[in-house]
Every structure is written in structure tokens, then in C-alpha cells.
Design a binder for this molecule. Structure first.
Ligand SMILES: [Zn+2]
Length: 444
């Protein structure tokens, strides 16, 4: 059976290739914005929605008379149109479900990520020598040096050219045979609880506990970002003063912060630091999850509380759009660092899911509302209410241990025994039946 896997290569364009890449990025950005504009016009005029095939027809027409567009790969233009279509699909879907989605926004060039290719050999080709080095042939641009290596080889299918924090990448999706990506399967069983303080608290079936902290470099990088952000805030306050605004006064509608040369430089520093942290953490997670799958054939944790993770994106500054930091310095800074940590669990869980599948081992996610790993005593199954600040689990059955340890052990019992609390009067179904979840703990 064929699976799909991605490998991301770093691109090392020379000066003329760099110019061509930026030129293409600008063209795809303009095409995106033109399509968005036409979408909006139709939407506001109450006309029929601008669908993908109409967009593609228009693109062909535009390519006919716009010299600049003629040089672009036709399929890559369709990929760009597809992205616009998808953002509108998502918009209408959320509108339908009663949300208040933001209307798909115009993309400023600085933030515009790049473009994609649909078919291998049409506009792009890889020339990979052995090892980590290779070349990417992009029609109309040149032969660009690339670097990167996957764990497997496969058939290249689609590609994305990505510009991120001043660097260029090529992300290639390969069809690979499942035997090629197969991993050695572990033999132990364990469950883990994840958190911001201790990254993972792993309870193993042999009764022992293991704690994995966020690496020290991550903490120091976060501190560095924090201090850089303080400098940024101070500069922004100065810029606001130029507009006659006090430090805590929000910008008026339509008002833009004057971006000084110094601010520009600082924003670039923030971006580059963010990029560095993201890359290093990505590597760290790959190694960590690889090790875990090598050891454990049965692995469990609780599902992600998606609601909490994606809360209030509006209130958060966008690290890719430093010009739009909120004037509220303190909240913005907290949000910035939070956003770095927030992205972590979903990435970690995603990697574990993939790798566990490659090893044909079990990776199970507990329904948090049913299992209640934090609240439930791992020894007797009773619910022991805890606030976020309560770091210790203390049950009337005499069980006493750290909060994370209890959660991990409860998850482990769930993994191995299922609803081990049933028959204790602590069934999760009370919640499902609409009863309050704060069932008092049973006496031991
Ligand atoms: Zn207990």
C-alpha cells in the first residue's frame, strides 16, 4: 500500500535565482489578491460564487495577455487558485455552522508563503545525488541547490515552494510504500501526560515513571524572545507617541504604526528567532517521538482540547506579521510565548500518530471528558476535583502523588484495562447523561 510522506528541503538559491524566486512569489501573491478581490466583488454584488474552474479559466485568459504571468507554470497558478477556493470553502463552511469567520484576507507580499506544483516533472524536477545534497530544477528559474534528507525514498508527487522567515524551502510529497517507512516496533507499554512545565510525564507498565522536560535551549530561547519583545514594545510606544497616542491607547481604525528602520530590524530579528526555535523544536520532537515509538508498542495519552488550543486568534499577535502586534504590550508578549508552546502538543501528537502507524503499534487517545485523567484517582477510580493550581493528587483512598503522575497513571490504566473505574460509581457516563461532572469522590 502506498502512503504519503513529506520531506522538506532547504533551498540555497544564488543571487539571480533568488531574484527570480521573489519575482514569482510576488506574481503569485498578486494573482491571489486579484482572485480574492473578484471573489469579494461577486459576494458583495450577490452574484454566483467564484468557483475553482471559473478561476482557472480566468487565469488562462490573463496568462494570454499579461507577459509577466506567461512565464509562470500553468499548474502552479491552478494550485494558487485552489488555495483561494479552499479558503473560501472554509469561510462559507464556518459561516454556515454559525461562526463568525473572518473574511479571507488580502495577503501582503511580506507574508506570502509561495506556490505549489501538482505534478512531478511539470515545472519542477529533483536531481538528487546520494546523501543530503541535491538540486532542484525549477523551469523558468534555474537549478537550485537543495539540502535535506528523509528516512525513505519514494515517488515524488507534488511540491510546495515555501518562503519562511527569510529562507526558502521545498516541501515534497512522496508516495512511499508502507514497507519502506515501516519502523521497528517497541515492546513496552506506557501512557503519558503532557504539560507546559514538564513536557511529558510517562507512566510505564512496569510501575516506574519518567519525566521529559522541555530542553534547556528552548527555555533560554523563549527568554531571548521575551527580552527582544520588550525592546520591540518600547520602540512601538515611541512610534505611537509620534501619532500622538499614549502607550496604552489602541490604534484608531485605519491608523498604522510608523515602522522605523529600527523597528524593521527588530521585527526581522523576532521573525528569525521564531524560525530558529520552530526548526529546533521540530527536530527535537522528531527525535523524541522516534525514540518513544522504538520503545513502546502501546502508547496512550489524552486527546487535545482543540477549543483551548485555538482560542481567540484575534487577540494574539501574529509572529509572521510583526507589523500587527497588538498595542497591549503585556498581553501581546504573553500571547507570543504562549503561541510557541501551544503549537507543541498537536505537533508532538501528530508525529507520534504517524510513527506509531509506521511501527504498526498502538497509539490511543483517551476521551478527556470521559476518562478525566487529571481528576481521576489512578488507584481507586474516584474523581478528585482539582484546580489548575493544585499540583498534588490526594485521594481519600490514601493515594497521594503528583498531579501529572496521577494523570499519566490513570491514562495507563485506561490504556491497559479500559474503564477501570466502572463499578466504582465513577463512570464517565454520568457526564454523558447530562449529570454534573463533579461527582463527589466515593469513600475508600
Ligand atoms: Zn483514590
Amino acid at each position: 500500500m502506498a502512503l504519503q510522506r513529506k520531506i522538506t528541503y532547504r533551498m540555497y538559491p544564488n543571487a539571480s535565482e533568488l531574484e527570480a524566486l521573489d519575482n514569482w512569489r510576488g506574481l503569485h501573491c498578486r494573482v491571489t489578491n486579484t482572485l480574492l478581490e473578484e471573489h469579494r466583488r461577486r459576494y458583495e454584488a450577490g452574484e454566483k460564487a467564484y468557483n475553482f474552474s471559473t478561476m482557472c479559466k480566468d487565469l488562462t485568459v490573463w496568462q494570454g495577455y499579461a507577459d509577466a504571468l506567461r512565464g509562470l507554470n500553468a499548474q502552479s497558478l491552478q494550485v494558487t487558485a485552489k488555495r483561494v477556493a479552499l479558503s473560501f470553502d472554509a469561510f462559507f463552511r464556518r459561516l454556515k455552522s454559525g461562526d463568525e469567520p473572518g473574511y479571507p484576507r488580502f495577503k501582503p507580499f511580506q507574508r506570502f508563503a509561495g506556490w505549489g506544483y501538482k505534478t512531478y516533472g511539470d515545472g519542477w524536477k529533483l536531481h538528487q545525488s546520494d546523501g543530503k545534497h541535491g538540486k532542484l530544477r525549477l523551469s523558468g528559474i534555474g537549478e537550485i541547490r537543495i539540502r535535506g534528507k528523509g528516512r525513505f525514498t519514494g515517488t515524488p508527487k507534488t511540491a510546495e515552494v515555501i518562503h519562511k522567515a527569510g529562507k526558502w524551502y521545498l516541501s515534497v510529497t512522496y508516495d512511499v510504500d508502507e514497507t519502506v517507512v515501516a519502523r521497528q516496533r517497541g515492546s513496552e507499554a506506557a501512557a503519558f501526560d503532557w504539560g507546559l512545565n514538564t513536557l511529558l510525564t510517562i507512566a510505564k507498565a512496569d510501575g516506574t515513571l519518567e519525566e521529559i522536560d522541555n530542553p534547556r535551549w528552548l527555555k533560554s530561547k523563549l527568554d531571548a524572545i521575551k527580552s527582544l519583545q520588550r525592546t520591540v514594545s518600547a520602540e512601538e510606544i515611541k512610534a505611537k507617541a509620534q501619532l500622538g497616542l499614549a502607550a496604552d491607547e489602541p490604534l484608531k481604525k485605519g491608523q498604522r504604526l510608523p515602522v522605523t528602520a529600527k523597528l524593521k530590524r527588530l521585527y526581522a530579528q523576532v521573525r528569525s528567532l521564531h524560525g530558529k526555535v520552530a526548526r529546533q523544536r521540530h527536530d527535537f520532537y522528531h527525535k523524541l517521538t522516534g525514540e518513544m515509538v522504538k520503545r513502546f508498542a502501546f502508547l496512550g495519552t489524552e486527546e487535545l482540547a482543540v477549543k483551548n488550543m485555538s482560542r481567540a486568534p484575534k487577540a494574539k499577535p501574529d509572529p509572521d506579521q510583526p507589523g500587527e502586534f497588538l498595542p497591549n504590550g503585556a498581553a501581546a508578549k504573553a500571547g507570543l510565548n504562549r503561541s510557541i508552546l501551544d503549537a507543541a502538543p498537536s505537533m508532538l501528537l501528530g508525529m507520534l500518530r504517524t510513527k506509531a502507524a509506521e511501527a504498526a503499534s498502538v497509539f490511543a487517545l483517551a476521551n478527556t471528558r470521559e476518562v478525566k485523567p487529571t481528576q481521576r484517582c489512578h488507584r481507586c477510580g474516584a474523581i478528585v476535583k482539582k484546580e489548575l493550581k493544585d499540583r498534588v493528587h490526594r485521594c481519600t483512598c490514601g493515594c497521594e502523588c503528583g498531579r501529572d503522575e496521577n494523570a499519566a497513571k490513570t491514562l495507563l490504566r485506561w490504556l491497559l484495562e479500559g474503564d477501570f473505574w466502572s463499578g466504582t460509581g465513577q463512570t464517565g457516563s454520568a457526564f454523558m447523561a447530562g449529570l454534573p461532572s463533579e461527582t463527589p469522590p466515593i469513600a475508600a
